[in-house]
Design a protein around this ligand. Structure first.
Ligand SMILES: *[C@@H]1O[C@H](CO)[C@@H](O)[C@H](O)[C@H]1NC(C)=O
Ligand SMILES: *[C@@H]1O[C@H](CO)[C@@H](O)[C@H](O)[C@H]1NC(C)=O
Length: 389
């Protein structure tokens, strides 16, 4: 575990803060405090994933097929985003109906959605069943399915009991998922949780008269298989994207908190540097990208994370000596620094740092506190390439 924490910190490039041979004493102290460091590191890692506490582990429910399919569409087997433009926001949440009513009425508990989350789109997913065999003979070929938001007449000070959200013609004999957009209703529920009285679905003939509900049936959580349960799907954005620039700022770097014993200000001696690379490999290896597998099971998160089991974050390691070739992807600044270092013009100027210069996002599919399945995208989680900076 400690290795993981150290590598994770190294990945954020704190070459200057690496424990050197002089730090043996400090390292000894660190070992006796390793439990403390471990829990602090896990807490910090949870923050990277936008959480204060790990979600309660309720056991093993089957995630909705829709969410599994969505995850496989946006992410590869490692969880890395295939196409960053596929999702508009960075979060997709699914909710099951809590009402289990005999009527075609639904209510979803949205208490796990953060107030700050921006609702982009909300969809009601209903599974339309085949008409019962005795009702298959019907002169109707289409029906009008309308979704209403139920209103509190006292609160809104009106006689209007419901508001039309979405309406569509559906073939009577069809079967499968029907999706209705109900974004306005969810936005109003987010402003006032108490106003969430649920949704009502009304089915009419083309002429406008009520239709036999034995003919047009939607699966309910009460009588039908879990895989066909009515579901609310929210596409949101939690606004976390801007935070990534902060972590790229060396003054904001959070890594030192993982290595509380490492002296930040004192630059490592040259012997410490050469030890760092020389001891392990015999030769100084040039800056390159190496694997760094983050195993969620090892961290103790496999109970609430559905996918992936872990991911390869990669890390950057190696030296950036003069002269820096183009394969080192140096910045102009790094090139100049390596020249100053080589010429020994100024004392204490190190060679440039081997760091990620391209980062990819990963996706997590997980159960939240209320057993809802959530898909979230996290920026800058995988080192795509390394360079001397
Ligand atoms: C919604 O869920 C939360 C947490 O599970 C619970 O505290 C709250 O009472 C629920 N609200 C409703 C209206 O059922
Ligand atoms: C509610 O409506 C009535 C009649 O339209 C009006 O007199 C009253 O002021 C309204 N109350 C509020 C709180 O808006």
């Amino acid at each position: 575990m400690m290795m993981f924490v150290v590598s994770f910190a190294a990945w954020l490039c704190v070459a200057a803060a690496r424990p050197s041979a002089d730090d043996q004493e400090h390292r000894f102290t660190a070992e006796s405090e390793s439990e403390e460091v471990r829990s602090a590191a896990i807490k910090r890692l949870l923050e990277v994933f936008g959480m204060d506490d790990p979600p309660a582990n309720h056991g093993h429910k089957q995630p909705p097929q829709y969410m599994l399919d969505l995850y496989n569409t946006v992410a590869d087997v490692d969880g890395v985003t295939k196409d960053p433009y596929l999702l508009e926001g960075n979060t997709v949440r699914s909710f099951f109906d809590k009402l289990h009513s005999e009527q075609v009425e639904f209510r979803f508990n949205l208490s796990t959605v953060a107030r700050t989350e921006k609702i982009l789109t909300a969809e009601l997913h209903l599974f339309k069943l085949r008409p019962q065999p005795t009702h298959t003979f019907s002169r109707h070929h289409f029906c009008q399915v309308s979704v209403y938001q139920l209103l509190d007449t006292i609160k809104t000070n009106s006689t209007q009991e419901k508001r039309l959200l979405s309406s569509r013609l559906i073939p009577v004999h069809s079967t499968g998922w029907e999706v209705f957009t109900i974004t306005q209703a969810v936005r109003s529920w987010m402003l006032d949780e108490g106003s969430n009285l649920g949704l009502q679905v009304v089915v009419r003939t083309l002429g406008g008269s009520p239709m036999d509900l034995k003919l047009i049936r939607f699966a309910s959580g009460r009588h039908h298989h879990q895989s066909k349960q009515p579901m609310l799907v929210l596409f949101t954005d939690d606004g976390r994207t801007s935070a990534t620039l902060e972590s790229a700022d060396p003054h904001e770097a959070t890594a030192p908190s993982l290595l509380p014993q490492a002296p930040l200000s004192a630059p490592p001696s040259r012997t410490a540097r050469s030890l760092d690379y020389g001891e392990e490999d015999g030769v100084s290896m040039p800056c390159q990208r190496l694997p760094l597998y983050v195993d969620f099971e090892e961290i103790g998160w496999s109970g609430w994370i559905v996918s992936p089991r872990g991911y390869n974050a990669y890390h950057c390691k190696g030296s950036c000596p003069f002269p820096l070739g183009q394969n080192m992807r140096p910045t102009n600044h790094a090139t100049v620094q390596s020249i100053i270092n080589a010429l020994k013009l100024i004392k204490g100027i190190e060679t440039p740092c081997c760091v990620p210069d391209k980062l990819f996002s990963i996706n997590l599919l997980y159960f939240d506190d209320d057993e809802n399945v959530v898909l979230k995208q996290y920026n800058d989680m995988v080192a795509g390439s390394c360079g001397c900076h």
